[in-house]
Design a protein around this ligand. Structure first.
Ligand code: DAH
Length: 327
């Protein structure tokens, strides 16, 4: 079988003058495609005597591999050249969605931003908690009816289990009072858990707890700071109402409602003066110190702020919903 020795040079020469990718592929088909000299020579091998066949097959394989290498290198060179011609670094990049903070994170940070300039320290608390910090130290005695209101998730199915998922961020009050020096100004955002779910309740939600223990602290101070906070939060003067309520760890206790357009009064937080029993349990001298505390539901505030009507939307992972808060 006659194998033309200049086939590689001819291909290399032709490759030098190609202008487009289409021309490249046409040329490659001519030298390596089904109708190429190489392909048709392979099919003629069958008709040869076996010693001739071995030699010819070897030569043809060498030729074919050299052609493949030649075309591969030429393609890489061609693409490289093309890139440098087409790359315009002044073009704006393709829009790239880097995501954004979750609306609940945004609202939590907005709340925290009000309190940190007032020297409130941020405390992170434990989500897995003992009965002592979640209930007992907060003056919820065993079998107290207020415990039932909390729909607690116990960490084993026995309601006497010592470990539970905290039902409120008030557990951080106890940790802070037991570990920090006085006076104490603290804020503690975090997740809490209750066995509850509908359009306004979730089994997991977010609260922000506030606690002040200092000399001469009054209910008037508590009212002042909360009213000012609410007005900063909504960026307008709001009608605010302190409605007497009951929490075992505060006395007196109140719930705070705000008047929200045609929706009427809506509750946004609980608060009160820290119960002397709670202070004493944390080794605080109640002749010298008093405290006030408050706890707010972040999802509730976020719903009012953004006009969201179903609390479950926040955790549905629906990008159409979440992208509305993109900024
Ligand atoms: N822990 C209460 C709850 O989850 C809210 C609360 C009420 C927190 C009064 C407080 C407070 O700090 O003083 O229902």
């Amino acid at each position: 079988m006659q194998i033309p020795q200049d086939l590689i040079e001819t291909a290399a020469l032709k490759l030098k003058s190609i202008q487009s990718e289409a021309e490249f592929f046409q040329l490659r088909a001519k030298f390596l495609g089904k109708k190429s000299f190489v392909a048709s020579s392979f099919s003629k091998l069958r008709g040869l005597k076996s010693d001739e066949k071995v030699i010819a097959a070897k030569e043809l394989n060498i030729l074919k591999n050299n052609l493949i290498k030649l075309f591969e290198t030429a393609l890489a060179d061609f693409e490289g050249k093309n890139d440098s011609v087409q790359l315009d670094v002044t073009l704006p990049p393709d829009p790239f969605n880097v995501g954004s903070e979750h609306p609940i994170t945004k609202i939590s940070q907005k709340i925290v931003r009000y309190f940190t300039p007032l020297n409130y320290q941020i405390f992170s608390g434990n989500e897995i908690e003992t009965d002592f910090y979640n209930f007992e130290a907060l003056n919820f005695p065993e079998n107290h009816p207020a415990r039932q209101m909390h729909d607690t998730f116990y960490l084993n199915s026995n309601s006497k289990s010592e470990f539970l998922l905290r039902t409120h961020t008030s557990n951080t009050q106890v940790h802070a009072m037991l570990s920090e020096d006085l006076p104490l100004y603290m804020l503690s955002p975090g997740r809490v858990f209750r066995c509850d779910s509908d359009t306004t309740h979730l089994p997991m939600f977010t609260q922000i707890e506030g606690l002040v223990v200092d000399e001469g602290v009054t209910f008037g101070d508590l009212k002042g700071i909360l009213i000012d906070f609410i007005e900063h939060f909504f960026n307008e003067k709001m009608e605010v109402r302190f409605r007497p309520s009951y929490f075992p760890f505060t006395e007196p206790s109140a719930e705070v409602d705000i008047k929200f357009g045609n929706k009427g009064w809506l509750e946004i937080l609980g608060c009160g003066m820290v119960h002397p029993k709670v202070l004493e349990g944390c080794n605080i001298n109640i002749k010298k110190y008093r405290g006030f505390a408050f706890g707010m539901g972040v999802e509730r505030l976020a719903m009012l702020y953004y006009g969201v009507t179903d609390i479950r939307e926040f955790y549905s992972s629906n990008l159409d919903f979440l992208n509305q808060f993109y900024s």
